[in-house]
Design a protein around this ligand. Structure first.
Ligand code: GLA
Length: 743
């Protein structure tokens, strides 16, 4: 550039102009929050999104706009109360509010409901003041009579336009009050009737099933009452306007609640066809007493918008997770290739057996060796040992050190399974502290997998759990913990505190869980953690801020996994989606698949091996070594790139295909699967997406045999328009290829 400057003043001007234009574009795309005094409206901009709210003539805070980013000088319609059309539709209930208290006349889902000690249950929140600090807006609401304050926080991410919303409820009255329900936010959609709600349901072994249904009058409740996130619903939603089934076109609004305890999201269309989505603490069995001067913070409810369909929505959310949520944000390290012993040995772990597996794992290119359940206390099966976190002397007579040293010598780091929040009644811990579990005095203590849940809300339990984990990680060179959680709550009592404080367990348990994770990470900065709950029972943006990856499902069947992984990817980045190659037939359904099929299924996420390597033949080791080396060359694209779902595996599809494109579009990885050919039909043509149209890309097959006749090199335009005709025939067939931009 220096030469250019010397040679021509015009060039200087040209470069400067380019620079200024780029700066301007950058500033345009950045975040800004403004308040307009005249119209009493707030405008929040970030990424390609604008969000507006305002104070109406009744002093309520009212949503105005949420959608594509508008011109800097555009104004908005002023907020105003909606006129009454019938005595059954009074204006207080039909006027949308940003954070409605339950009071006056109000029939839809409130964000906050309070009971005062005098029996008053009327709460009417109005604007009191606001404060703008960089990318954060705080709006203070107050009840019309009592000193109950609510601070609504809006934090805009400049790059993605994802807005984080949360509330703090503060009791400034002279007496205690009871919060009966507290949402993080209510999102209101533009008025219309052609909306489809997308959400995720599931069960153990069958998580992340995408559901899509038209929004009609009434409410659809997504929730967990289980004390933790749950397999059954996941705290994520998307709403598509004029849904066509096309992945990458159309308007989509989406949200994800950052909370790992009982939660609820209600998507509601009222009698005037206004759609509101309210999410936060689950009000079921919820009471939170706030003494004078005390506050309650809600979780954060993140929301975003994409004009590029549900595919675009998930790419925005995934970018946001990588750059703003994960502990290693803004640029998480690539996930190492992992080996895990669970399916190979279950509880039968010992020094010799694990060492033998570690040697074989290292030989195929594994970078992290993880010993699963069975190494501690008197753990022979799932009847005993949880809670006693000392190394089992029979299995590891010299402690863990010899195994860890061997793993290090083999060039891998070492990870260990723990289930810190649980206890078996057959354990020293339970014999000593039977009062440490969730329970109601004198009532049965229902066991699940022969275990009970420790009440982490108790300070002594919190200290015990932090203490043993800290000791374990301090005394051993542990790079990674697989943090498991294998049952949900039952009899969620907390007899040690006053009856009117016992239900705080729903909040304080999770706060302490987060506190332990935070403290552990800050004391051991290199430590990485996986959130596992019998597979994907604890996957949400709350725990994601404190852990590095998720165990997606205990179901490791590579075909079932295609649908589970597809669903997962709507809400969570493939960079945190652990996927292992395990043995065939699969333990879950006895399905038989080739090793290459299993590899290609797992290579679409964060890759691991969980097979019993003692049973492998030379050819298996050779396949594994080759494919792990291929994976390492595409893993940054898969883990940090943009995902395009080319063909969905859902609804019994015979075919499925995904494509990941690296952030700079220099590489793409394509995976395609065939369930079973029928009637001799050919594989549907795959059109690639997201490539640089003008760049040339060179093909390289990842699967052993080429599965199509392709030009060696062709433009992005070619791959996206001409596409690829795969020659896949038979049952459970798969192919994968990569494209690299030619310089
Ligand atoms: C859970 C996990 C498994 C394994 C077992 C160990 O089911 O999801 O991966 O760790 O616990 O008991």
């Amino acid at each position: 550039m220096h030469d250019l400057f010397r040679r021509s003043p015009h060039a200087v001007c040209f470069v400067a102009c380019l620079f200024l234009t780029a700066m301007f574009a950058q500033a345009q795309r950045g975040a800004s929050i403004r308040f307009d005094d005249a119209s009493r409206t707030f405008r929040i901009d970030g990424g390609d999104v604008s969000y507006a709210l305002g104070i109406n003539n009744r002093n309520e805070l009212q949503p105005i706009y949420w959608g594509a980013r508008l011109g800097a000088s555009d104004g908005f319609p002023q907020p105003h109360e909606v006129h009454e059309v019938a005595s059954f539709d009074l204006t207080t209930t039909v006027t949308p509010q940003e954070f409605p208290g339950w009071g006056s006349v109000f029939y839809v889902e409130p964000a906050l409901k309070i009971t005062f000690p005098d029996g008053n249950r009327d709460l009417v929140l109005q604007y009191a003041s606001h404060h703008i600090d960089g990318n954060t807006l705080t709006v203070r609401l107050k009840d019309i009579e009592r000193d109950v304050f609510v601070d609504l926080r809006y934090e805009m991410d400049a790059a993605t336009g994802v807005l984080g919303r949360s509330a703090t409820i503060e009791n400034q009255t002279k007496e205690p009050l009871v919060v009966e329900r507290a949402a993080a936010a209510t999102w209101t959609l533009p008025h219309g009737t052609d909306y489809t709600l997308d959400y995720l349901t599931g069960r153990w072994g069958g998580e992340f099933q995408l559901q899509q249904e038209k929004i009609v009058p009434g409410a659809r409740v997504l929730e967990s009452r289980r004390g933790s996130t749950g397999h059954q619903n996941n705290p994520w939603f998307a709403v598509e306007r004029a849904h066509t089934g096309e992945q990458d076109a159309g308007e989509v609004w989406f949200g994800a609640l950052a909370w790992s305890g009982s939660w609820r999201i209600t998507a509601e269309m009222d009698q005037r066809q206004t759609i509101r989505i309210t999410g936060g603490y689950n009000p079921f069995d919820f009471d939170y007493k706030l003494n004078p001067g005390e506050k309650l913070n809600t979780p954060v409810f993140y929301g975003g918008y994409s004009p590029d369909g549900i595919g675009g929505a998930s790419r925005i959310l995934e970018r946001f997770e990588l750059t703003r949520i994960l502990p290693q944000r803004p640029k998480p390290k690539p996930r190492p290739v992992l080996y895990n012993s669970w399916e190979a040995t279950e509880f039968r772990v010992d020094e010799a057996g694990q060492t033998a597996l570690a040697e074989k794992a290292a030989a195929i290119g594994v970078e992290r060796f993880v010993m699963d359940d069975g190494w501690f206390g008197q753990r022979k099966d799932d009847h005993a040992g949880l809670g006693d976190w000392y190394v089992n002397q029979q299995k590891f007579p010299h402690g863990l050190k010899p195994l860890i040293d061997r793993v290090h010598a083999l060039g891998m780091d070492f990870g260990l399974w723990v289930e810190p929040e649980m206890v078996n009644p057959d354990s020293d811990l339970y014999r000593k502290h039977p009062d440490w579990v969730l329970n109601f005095t004198g009532r049965p203590r229902t066991e699940g997998r022969n275990q009970l849940v420790l009440n982490l809300a108790r300070p002594d339990v919190r200290d015990y759990v932090f203490g043993f984990l800290d000791k374990l990680v301090t005394e051993n060179q542990i790079a990674f913990l697989k943090w498991d959680y294998n049952r949900n709550w039952s009899e969620p009592g907390w007899p040690a505190v006053a009856p009117d404080e016992q239900k705080q367990v729903y909040v304080k348990y999770i706060q302490n869980l987060y506190g332990i994770l935070r403290e552990l990470r800050s004391k051991h900065p290199g430590l990485e953690i996986e959130s596992c709950s019998g597979g994907g029972g604890r996957v949400d943006l709350g725990i994601m801020g404190l852990t590095d990856e998720f165990w997606t499902s205990d179901n490791t069947d590579p075909f079932d996994r295609l649908t589970i992984q597809d669903g997962f990817s709507y809400a969570y980045t493939p960079g945190v989606m652990m996927a292992w190659v395990t043995d065939s037939p699969n333990f879950m359904n006895r399905r038989v698949t080739s090793l290459e099929y299993r590899f290609l299924s797992s290579m679409q996420g964060s890759f691991g091996v969980g097979a019993n390597l003692n049973n492998w033949q030379d050819a298996d080791f050779a396949t594994a070594k080759r494919l792990i080396s291929e994976y390492k060359q595409i893993r940054e694209t898969v883990q940090h790139g943009s995902l395009y779902r080319l063909i969905s595996p859902r609804n019994g599809s015979e075919y499925s295909a995904t494509q990941s494109v690296s952030p700079d579009r220099s590489q793409a990885a394509v995976f395609a699967f065939l369930h079973s050919s029928q009637f001799g039909y050919d594989y549907p043509r795959i059109y690639l997406r997201g490539l640089d149209p003008k760049a040339q890309y060179k093909v390289r097959w990842i699967s052993e045999k080429p599965a199509a006749k392709l030009p060696e090199t062709a433009s992005g335009e070619y791959w996206m328009n001409v596409g690829i005709d795969l020659e896949l025939k038979g049952d459970f067939q798969a192919a994968a290829l990569r494209l690299d931009r030619v310089q």
